[in-house]
Ligand binder design. Structure first.
Ligand SMILES: [Zn+2]
Length: 527
């Protein structure tokens, strides 16, 4: 394993970094943020507030200027909703016969939607439920969805480019299309082949409070009166009167065949009781000002999310969801990069904004809020480099980059990885929608080119196994804590590469641009 590492900086100075030592320092921030005392940093919690204070202090130590609305802090309010499950119910009604579904076992309500107290509506299977004009795909064609509940299997044909599929699979876009077609709700079924969290663990999270920005204009699922996720192991019963089986749908999906669409010939009947409160949480922002008079009003954002899941259902006797990799690791990298820039007396032409956001686990709420209420001029934001759970679990030989082929930032990351001997990989599991599943997407939707990252691996290697085991066993579990094996030196190497990326982008003559054929280019305000 490399412990010393050579980097060429734009200043042409070549220097050796002691990565082992930097890795230990990076980990020391993770140790603070993922300590049991922070209680899992749930959005709006006291633990999160303490963590935000720590980050503000470290930003100050790193020489950053406060860029919140109250020092380094940008406070924001959230509406909190929690399902009163004993007072709620769900059933299938077919020919007057009512078959109750067991909440948590058969299906769970998605409280983030706009659930109506009572719903009784017919169910229609809409395949993958995608409408993608660019590809001539319309899974609603020929179906009457007015007043109905759309049931769909997550995923989509492999011929659809992943960025496009990710975008149209997002909760907001999907709902926009369904609402236009007259649907009143959704029931999603995960394909067991691409489920991040096994149902047994996902069911534990269903009673956690959900939060959405109190600024209702940011809500993407307004009018969604019914929303459930169905346990794929129990999904067969939904198809019993349809002339099809769920097994048949999975088989078609897994062999990349188009799915049929048809009425399911039953009504979903739901009653829900929701308890509502409000909390305040914090984004944390600091700026390292640019040195070029003409470019210093432009900002490269480094972002990571500070919040995690808080205290929840115990697994193996542990109730604290520490979120060491998700995403104390990314926030530690933010801090580390600010400190490295100060130590190296690095003055870049453009300004660099370090942003730790809240509410990611509640649906990227903190970044969404910041993107709509930025503390720097909005048109000055030129890039978002987001670090969320980059998973330094083994040496950094491959870096998987989400959004790699969408903008010139992909060329930039290739350029800085090459001299470091790190091979760049495109997203290997596009069905998991990672490009739109973290905070970078809040900026992409405002036209800002962005990238996100994972440590890469090659299929069939021990590294793949380590990665897959981590997702299966530790992702969103209390065992994502300080007692897991982490390659700290590799994390330091990652920090150096991202710093080099930030340096390259902040010093470039031109701001990053979407590629001409990128789907996401449509969001750009000026081109
Ligand atoms: Zn997470």
């Amino acid at each position: 394993m490399k412990s010393r590492f050579l980097f060429a900086l734009a200043s042409a100075a070549l220097f050796a970094a002691d990565l082992a030592q930097e890795g230990v320092r990076w980990w020391s921030h993770v140790e603070v943020l993922a300590d049991d005392k922070m209680e899992g940093r749930n959005t709006g919690s006291e633990g999160h507030r303490k963590a935000a204070q720590y980050v503000a202090g470290e930003f100050e130590r790193g020489g950053l200027r406060p860029a919140g609305t109250s020092g380094y802090i940008q406070p924001l309010k959230f509406n909190v909703k929690q399902l009163d499950e004993p007072a709620s119910s769900l059933a299938i009604v077919r020919n007057g016969k009512v078959t109750p579904l067991v909440l948590g076992d058969d299906a769970s309500f998605s409280v983030r939607a706009d659930l109506a107290p009572s719903v009784d509506a017919p169910a229609v299977f809409i395949g993958h439920g995608l409408v993608i004009p660019e590809k001539g795909i319309d899974d609603f064609a020929g179906l009457d969805l007015k007043g109905k509940i759309a049931v769909y299997l997550n995923g989509g044909l492999s011929s659809i480019p992943s960025a496009l599929k990710s975008h149209y699979s997002s909760a907001g876009e999907r709902w926009k299309a369904l609402q236009k077609a007259g649907a009143i709700g959704i029931a999603s079924i995960a394909n067991p082949r691409s489920m991040d969290i096994p149902w047994e663990r996902a069911r534990l999270a269903r009673l956690n409070p959900t939060m959405s920005a109190a600024d209702e204009t940011l809500s993407e699922t307004r009018g969604e009166q019914f929303a459930i996720t169905v346990n794929p192991a129990q999904a067969e019963r939904l198809f019993a009167a349809s002339g099809h089986t769920f097994a048949e749908m999975l088989k078609l999906a897994d062999s990349d065949q188009p799915l049929p669409r048809f009425p399911l010939n039953f009504n979903f009947r739901a009653r829900t009781k929701i308890d509502r409160t409000q909390v305040e949480s914090q984004n944390v922002a600091g700026v390292r000002p640019g040195s070029d008079p003409a470019l210093k009003d432009e900002y490269v954002i480094f972002s990571a999310h500070l919040d995690h899941l808080g205290i929840g259902e115990p697994i193996n006797g542990d109730r604290i969801y520490n979120g060491a990799m998700d995403d104390a690791s990314g926030v530690a990298s933010l801090i580390e990069m600010a400190i490295l820039m100060k130590e190296q007396n690095l003055h870049l032409k453009r300004s660099v904004l370090f942003l730790a956001v809240t509410g990611e686990e509640k649906g990227e709420q903190g970044s969404l809020y910041f993107a709509h209420h930025p503390t720097v001029p909005k048109k000055g934001i030129i890039a978002d480099i987001n670090m969320d759970m980059f998973l330094p679990l083994f040496p950094l030989k491959y870096l998987e980059v989400q959004g790699l082929d969408e903008s010139t930032l992909g060329d930039d990351i290739r350029a800085v990885c090459k001299p470091a001997g790190v091979e760049v990989q495109a997203d290997k599991e596009p069905d998991r929608n990672r490009f739109i599943r973290s905070d970078q997407y809040s900026f992409i939707k405002e036209g800002v080119p962005a990238l996100a990252f994972k440590f890469g691996w090659i299929r069939g290697t021990p590294e793949e196994k380590i990665f897959q085991d981590w997702i299966k066993n530790r992702y969103h579990a209390p065992s994502d804590d300080l007692w897991q094996p982490v390659d700290k030196t590799a994390a330091a190497e990652f920090n150096r590469i991202l710093l080099a990326l930030g340096e390259r982008v902040a010093n470039a003559q031109d701001r990053p641009r979407w590629k001409p054929d990128s789907f996401f280019r449509r969001f750009a305000q000026t081109e």
